[in-house]
Design a protein around this ligand. Structure first.
Ligand SMILES: [Mg+2]
Length: 346
Protein backbone atom coordinates (compact mmCIF):
# COMPACT_ATOMS: atom_id res chain seq x y z
CA UNK A 1 0.00 0.00 0.00
CA UNK A 2 1.27 3.44 -0.80
CA UNK A 3 -0.49 5.90 1.38
CA UNK A 4 -2.80 8.34 -0.32
CA UNK A 5 -1.62 7.49 -3.79
CA UNK A 6 -4.61 7.91 -6.05
CA UNK A 7 -4.83 5.42 -8.84
CA UNK A 8 -2.88 6.58 -11.83
CA UNK A 9 -0.89 9.29 -10.06
CA UNK A 10 2.81 8.45 -10.30
CA UNK A 11 4.52 8.30 -6.95
CA UNK A 12 7.31 10.64 -8.00
CA UNK A 13 4.85 13.13 -9.38
CA UNK A 14 2.64 12.85 -6.34
CA UNK A 15 5.43 12.91 -3.80
CA UNK A 16 7.15 15.78 -5.53
CA UNK A 17 3.83 17.54 -5.56
CA UNK A 18 3.34 17.39 -1.88
CA UNK A 19 3.82 20.20 0.53
CA UNK A 20 4.90 19.38 3.97
CA UNK A 21 5.89 21.02 7.18
CA UNK A 22 8.99 19.94 9.03
CA UNK A 23 10.39 20.74 12.42
CA UNK A 24 11.78 23.93 10.88
CA UNK A 25 8.54 25.10 9.34
CA UNK A 26 6.59 24.62 6.20
CA UNK A 27 8.45 23.21 3.25
CA UNK A 28 7.42 23.27 -0.33
CA UNK A 29 7.90 20.49 -2.80
CA UNK A 30 6.83 22.54 -5.77
CA UNK A 31 4.15 20.32 -7.17
CA UNK A 32 1.22 22.70 -7.01
CA UNK A 33 0.47 25.86 -8.86
CA UNK A 34 0.44 29.04 -6.84
CA UNK A 35 -3.31 29.32 -7.36
CA UNK A 36 -3.93 25.79 -6.11
CA UNK A 37 -1.68 26.42 -3.14
CA UNK A 38 -3.73 29.44 -2.14
CA UNK A 39 -6.91 27.43 -2.48
CA UNK A 40 -5.52 24.58 -0.43
CA UNK A 41 -5.44 26.46 2.85
CA UNK A 42 -1.74 25.91 3.29
CA UNK A 43 -1.48 29.31 4.97
CA UNK A 44 -2.62 27.73 8.17
CA UNK A 45 -1.32 28.67 11.61
CA UNK A 46 1.14 25.79 11.44
CA UNK A 47 3.17 27.83 8.96
CA UNK A 48 5.00 29.79 11.61
CA UNK A 49 8.16 30.35 9.62
CA UNK A 50 8.21 33.81 7.99
CA UNK A 51 10.39 32.70 5.09
CA UNK A 52 7.79 30.12 4.15
CA UNK A 53 4.66 32.24 4.37
CA UNK A 54 4.93 32.45 0.62
CA UNK A 55 6.98 29.39 -0.29
CA UNK A 56 7.34 30.52 -3.89
CA UNK A 57 8.64 33.95 -3.01
CA UNK A 58 12.27 32.94 -3.34
CA UNK A 59 13.83 36.11 -4.54
CA UNK A 60 14.85 38.63 -1.95
CA UNK A 61 15.84 42.19 -2.71
CA UNK A 62 19.51 41.33 -3.14
CA UNK A 63 20.63 38.62 -5.51
CA UNK A 64 23.50 36.56 -4.17
CA UNK A 65 26.19 36.00 -6.77
CA UNK A 66 26.56 32.55 -8.21
CA UNK A 67 29.90 30.87 -8.04
CA UNK A 68 31.70 31.48 -11.32
CA UNK A 69 32.61 28.50 -13.50
CA UNK A 70 36.26 28.75 -12.53
CA UNK A 71 35.40 29.10 -8.85
CA UNK A 72 32.96 26.20 -9.08
CA UNK A 73 35.71 23.98 -10.48
CA UNK A 74 38.01 25.07 -7.68
CA UNK A 75 35.42 24.52 -4.97
CA UNK A 76 34.60 21.08 -6.29
CA UNK A 77 38.25 20.03 -6.59
CA UNK A 78 38.67 16.59 -5.09
CA UNK A 79 34.96 15.74 -5.25
CA UNK A 80 34.67 12.19 -6.57
CA UNK A 81 31.02 11.44 -5.87
CA UNK A 82 27.68 13.22 -5.58
CA UNK A 83 24.50 12.96 -3.56
CA UNK A 84 21.69 14.48 -5.60
CA UNK A 85 18.45 15.69 -4.15
CA UNK A 86 15.48 14.69 -6.30
CA UNK A 87 12.93 17.49 -6.15
CA UNK A 88 14.43 20.80 -7.18
CA UNK A 89 17.56 19.21 -8.65
CA UNK A 90 16.36 16.54 -11.08
CA UNK A 91 12.61 17.22 -11.17
CA UNK A 92 10.39 20.18 -10.38
CA UNK A 93 6.63 20.36 -10.34
CA UNK A 94 6.59 16.70 -11.32
CA UNK A 95 8.57 17.42 -14.49
CA UNK A 96 12.15 16.70 -15.39
CA UNK A 97 14.40 19.72 -15.08
CA UNK A 98 16.29 20.69 -18.25
CA UNK A 99 19.59 18.84 -18.54
CA UNK A 100 18.91 16.45 -15.64
CA UNK A 101 18.91 13.28 -17.75
CA UNK A 102 22.02 14.40 -19.63
CA UNK A 103 23.76 15.25 -16.35
CA UNK A 104 23.19 11.74 -15.01
CA UNK A 105 24.39 10.25 -18.29
CA UNK A 106 27.54 12.40 -18.13
CA UNK A 107 28.25 11.17 -14.59
CA UNK A 108 27.91 7.58 -15.78
CA UNK A 109 30.11 8.18 -18.82
CA UNK A 110 32.80 9.79 -16.71
CA UNK A 111 32.59 7.11 -14.02
CA UNK A 112 31.61 9.53 -11.25
CA UNK A 113 29.36 7.73 -8.76
CA UNK A 114 26.19 9.33 -7.49
CA UNK A 115 23.16 8.49 -5.38
CA UNK A 116 19.80 10.23 -5.25
CA UNK A 117 19.16 11.28 -1.65
CA UNK A 118 15.55 12.04 -0.77
CA UNK A 119 13.53 12.36 2.41
CA UNK A 120 10.67 10.36 0.94
CA UNK A 121 9.68 7.57 3.31
CA UNK A 122 6.29 6.58 1.99
CA UNK A 123 7.51 4.31 -0.78
CA UNK A 124 10.32 1.79 -1.08
CA UNK A 125 13.36 2.52 -3.22
CA UNK A 126 12.16 -0.11 -5.68
CA UNK A 127 8.92 1.79 -6.15
CA UNK A 128 10.70 5.13 -6.36
CA UNK A 129 13.08 3.71 -8.96
CA UNK A 130 10.21 2.43 -11.09
CA UNK A 131 8.54 5.81 -10.98
CA UNK A 132 11.78 7.63 -11.77
CA UNK A 133 12.40 5.38 -14.75
CA UNK A 134 8.83 6.00 -15.89
CA UNK A 135 9.48 9.74 -15.58
CA UNK A 136 12.65 9.42 -17.69
CA UNK A 137 15.32 9.19 -14.99
CA UNK A 138 17.16 5.85 -15.23
CA UNK A 139 18.00 5.57 -11.52
CA UNK A 140 18.13 2.02 -10.09
CA UNK A 141 16.97 1.34 -6.54
CA UNK A 142 20.56 0.79 -5.46
CA UNK A 143 21.30 4.39 -6.28
CA UNK A 144 18.62 5.81 -4.02
CA UNK A 145 18.89 6.69 -0.34
CA UNK A 146 15.58 7.52 1.31
CA UNK A 147 14.56 8.34 4.86
CA UNK A 148 13.14 4.79 5.06
CA UNK A 149 16.24 3.08 3.67
CA UNK A 150 18.46 5.15 5.95
CA UNK A 151 16.33 4.07 8.93
CA UNK A 152 16.61 0.46 7.80
CA UNK A 153 20.39 0.70 7.43
CA UNK A 154 20.66 2.31 10.85
CA UNK A 155 18.52 -0.45 12.39
CA UNK A 156 20.56 -3.24 10.76
CA UNK A 157 23.77 -1.75 12.03
CA UNK A 158 22.61 -0.81 15.49
CA UNK A 159 20.08 -3.48 16.43
CA UNK A 160 20.91 -6.53 14.30
CA UNK A 161 18.23 -9.17 14.79
CA UNK A 162 16.71 -7.64 17.93
CA UNK A 163 12.96 -7.06 17.67
CA UNK A 164 11.81 -3.75 16.21
CA UNK A 165 8.43 -2.09 16.01
CA UNK A 166 8.28 -0.21 12.72
CA UNK A 167 5.36 2.02 11.80
CA UNK A 168 5.45 2.52 8.05
CA UNK A 169 3.54 1.96 4.83
CA UNK A 170 3.44 -1.61 3.55
CA UNK A 171 5.63 -0.61 0.60
CA UNK A 172 8.24 1.16 2.74
CA UNK A 173 8.26 -1.81 5.13
CA UNK A 174 9.94 -3.89 2.40
CA UNK A 175 13.09 -1.89 3.19
CA UNK A 176 13.18 -3.72 6.55
CA UNK A 177 13.11 -7.23 5.06
CA UNK A 178 15.23 -9.68 7.03
CA UNK A 179 14.96 -7.78 10.30
CA UNK A 180 12.91 -9.00 13.25
CA UNK A 181 9.73 -6.97 13.19
CA UNK A 182 6.92 -7.02 15.73
CA UNK A 183 3.42 -7.18 14.30
CA UNK A 184 0.88 -4.72 15.62
CA UNK A 185 -0.66 -7.51 17.70
CA UNK A 186 2.71 -8.51 19.14
CA UNK A 187 3.54 -4.89 19.95
CA UNK A 188 0.22 -4.56 21.80
CA UNK A 189 0.79 -7.59 24.02
CA UNK A 190 1.30 -6.94 27.71
CA UNK A 191 4.98 -7.01 28.52
CA UNK A 192 6.10 -6.59 24.90
CA UNK A 193 9.58 -5.14 24.42
CA UNK A 194 11.55 -3.93 21.44
CA UNK A 195 15.05 -2.69 20.77
CA UNK A 196 13.62 0.25 18.86
CA UNK A 197 10.43 1.90 17.72
CA UNK A 198 10.84 3.37 14.22
CA UNK A 199 8.18 5.80 13.03
CA UNK A 200 7.65 6.68 9.36
CA UNK A 201 4.75 7.43 7.04
CA UNK A 202 2.37 4.83 8.38
CA UNK A 203 -0.89 6.34 7.11
CA UNK A 204 -3.86 4.35 8.34
CA UNK A 205 -1.58 2.30 10.60
CA UNK A 206 -1.51 5.24 13.00
CA UNK A 207 -4.37 3.83 15.02
CA UNK A 208 -4.80 4.75 18.70
CA UNK A 209 -3.88 1.17 19.60
CA UNK A 210 -0.65 1.20 17.56
CA UNK A 211 0.43 4.63 18.79
CA UNK A 212 -0.26 3.41 22.33
CA UNK A 213 1.95 0.36 21.66
CA UNK A 214 4.75 2.60 20.44
CA UNK A 215 4.41 4.73 23.56
CA UNK A 216 4.60 1.72 25.88
CA UNK A 217 7.57 0.23 24.05
CA UNK A 218 9.53 3.49 24.18
CA UNK A 219 8.69 3.91 27.85
CA UNK A 220 9.88 0.35 28.31
CA UNK A 221 13.31 1.22 26.95
CA UNK A 222 13.05 0.95 23.17
CA UNK A 223 15.21 3.39 21.20
CA UNK A 224 13.03 6.01 19.51
CA UNK A 225 13.79 6.54 15.81
CA UNK A 226 11.93 8.78 13.35
CA UNK A 227 12.35 8.66 9.59
CA UNK A 228 11.58 12.39 9.54
CA UNK A 229 9.60 14.98 11.49
CA UNK A 230 7.40 16.55 8.86
CA UNK A 231 4.29 17.98 10.49
CA UNK A 232 1.69 17.71 7.76
CA UNK A 233 1.38 17.39 4.03
CA UNK A 234 -1.08 18.07 1.30
CA UNK A 235 -2.51 15.43 -0.96
CA UNK A 236 -4.98 15.59 -3.83
CA UNK A 237 -7.61 14.91 -1.15
CA UNK A 238 -6.50 17.71 1.16
CA UNK A 239 -4.12 18.21 4.07
CA UNK A 240 -3.13 15.28 6.26
CA UNK A 241 -1.18 14.89 9.47
CA UNK A 242 2.29 13.63 8.63
CA UNK A 243 4.25 11.23 10.77
CA UNK A 244 6.20 14.02 12.48
CA UNK A 245 3.05 14.92 14.36
CA UNK A 246 2.90 11.42 15.80
CA UNK A 247 6.61 11.58 16.55
CA UNK A 248 6.04 14.87 18.40
CA UNK A 249 3.18 13.33 20.39
CA UNK A 250 5.35 10.40 21.40
CA UNK A 251 8.23 12.72 22.28
CA UNK A 252 5.88 14.75 24.46
CA UNK A 253 4.47 11.72 26.22
CA UNK A 254 7.74 9.86 26.71
CA UNK A 255 9.93 12.95 27.23
CA UNK A 256 12.40 11.36 24.83
CA UNK A 257 13.79 12.90 21.67
CA UNK A 258 13.58 10.79 18.53
CA UNK A 259 16.70 10.12 16.53
CA UNK A 260 15.92 11.24 12.97
CA UNK A 261 17.40 9.23 10.10
CA UNK A 262 16.28 11.39 7.16
CA UNK A 263 17.93 14.61 5.98
CA UNK A 264 19.51 16.63 7.58
CA UNK A 265 20.75 13.95 9.98
CA UNK A 266 24.27 12.60 10.02
CA UNK A 267 22.77 9.11 9.81
CA UNK A 268 21.30 9.96 6.41
CA UNK A 269 24.46 11.42 4.94
CA UNK A 270 26.56 8.64 6.45
CA UNK A 271 24.40 6.04 4.71
CA UNK A 272 24.54 7.96 1.43
CA UNK A 273 28.34 8.16 1.55
CA UNK A 274 28.52 4.47 2.38
CA UNK A 275 26.39 3.70 -0.66
CA UNK A 276 28.85 5.60 -2.85
CA UNK A 277 31.37 2.94 -1.92
CA UNK A 278 34.76 3.73 -0.54
CA UNK A 279 34.69 7.51 -0.72
CA UNK A 280 35.48 9.73 2.23
CA UNK A 281 32.89 12.32 3.23
CA UNK A 282 35.29 15.05 2.13
CA UNK A 283 35.25 13.58 -1.39
CA UNK A 284 31.47 13.87 -1.67
CA UNK A 285 29.28 16.87 -2.45
CA UNK A 286 25.57 17.12 -1.76
CA UNK A 287 23.73 18.96 -4.52
CA UNK A 288 20.43 20.32 -3.28
CA UNK A 289 17.84 23.08 -3.41
CA UNK A 290 17.07 23.05 0.33
CA UNK A 291 19.61 25.11 2.21
CA UNK A 292 18.93 23.49 5.55
CA UNK A 293 17.99 19.88 4.86
CA UNK A 294 20.48 19.42 2.02
CA UNK A 295 23.27 21.93 2.29
CA UNK A 296 23.69 22.63 5.99
CA UNK A 297 23.04 19.01 6.88
CA UNK A 298 25.72 17.85 4.45
CA UNK A 299 28.22 20.39 5.72
CA UNK A 300 27.68 19.30 9.31
CA UNK A 301 28.35 15.71 8.21
CA UNK A 302 31.67 16.75 6.64
CA UNK A 303 30.52 16.86 2.99
CA UNK A 304 30.54 19.82 0.67
CA UNK A 305 27.17 21.48 0.11
CA UNK A 306 26.43 22.77 -3.38
CA UNK A 307 23.27 24.84 -3.61
CA UNK A 308 21.39 24.95 -6.91
CA UNK A 309 18.83 27.60 -7.78
CA UNK A 310 16.61 25.24 -9.75
CA UNK A 311 14.30 24.50 -6.82
CA UNK A 312 12.52 26.04 -3.90
CA UNK A 313 15.08 28.19 -2.09
CA UNK A 314 16.59 31.40 -3.40
CA UNK A 315 18.27 34.63 -2.42
CA UNK A 316 16.05 35.41 0.56
CA UNK A 317 16.94 32.02 2.03
CA UNK A 318 20.65 32.49 1.31
CA UNK A 319 20.52 35.84 3.08
CA UNK A 320 18.75 34.25 6.04
CA UNK A 321 21.38 31.51 6.26
CA UNK A 322 24.13 34.12 6.16
CA UNK A 323 22.70 35.72 9.31
CA UNK A 324 21.95 32.51 11.14
CA UNK A 325 24.05 31.66 14.19
CA UNK A 326 27.05 33.62 13.09
CA UNK A 327 26.34 32.97 9.45
CA UNK A 328 27.02 30.18 7.04
CA UNK A 329 27.04 29.82 3.27
CA UNK A 330 27.00 26.92 0.82
CA UNK A 331 30.37 25.78 -0.45
CA UNK A 332 29.18 26.77 -3.92
CA UNK A 333 26.10 28.17 -5.64
CA UNK A 334 25.18 27.09 -9.18
CA UNK A 335 22.20 27.57 -11.45
CA UNK A 336 21.52 23.84 -11.79
CA UNK A 337 22.92 20.32 -11.77
CA UNK A 338 24.20 20.91 -15.31
CA UNK A 339 26.84 23.42 -14.23
CA UNK A 340 27.82 21.29 -11.22
CA UNK A 341 28.51 18.19 -13.33
CA UNK A 342 30.41 20.25 -15.91
CA UNK A 343 32.69 21.59 -13.19
CA UNK A 344 33.68 18.20 -11.76
CA UNK A 345 37.12 16.83 -12.40
CA UNK A 346 37.09 13.72 -14.55
MG1 LIG B 1 14.65 19.36 -2.84
Amino acid sequence: MVKDTPTGVPVVARLCGRMWASGRGLRHCSGLSRRRMRRSRIRSPVCDDPRMRDPLANNGPTRVAETSSADLRERLAGVRGLILDLDGVLVLKARLLPGAVEALAALDTRGIPYVVGTNMSLASRATLSREMVRAGLPVPAGRIVSAASAASAFARLRFGTAPLYVMGSADAMTEFAGLTLLSHDQAAEAGATAAAVIVGDAGDEFTPRNVQSAFRLIRGGARFVAMHKNRWWITPDGVLLDSGSYVAALEYATERRALVTGKPSRAFFGEAVRQLGGLAATEVAMVGDDLWNDIRGAQKAGLRGVFVRSGKHGDADLARAAKERGGWVPDAVAPSIVEVVAALES
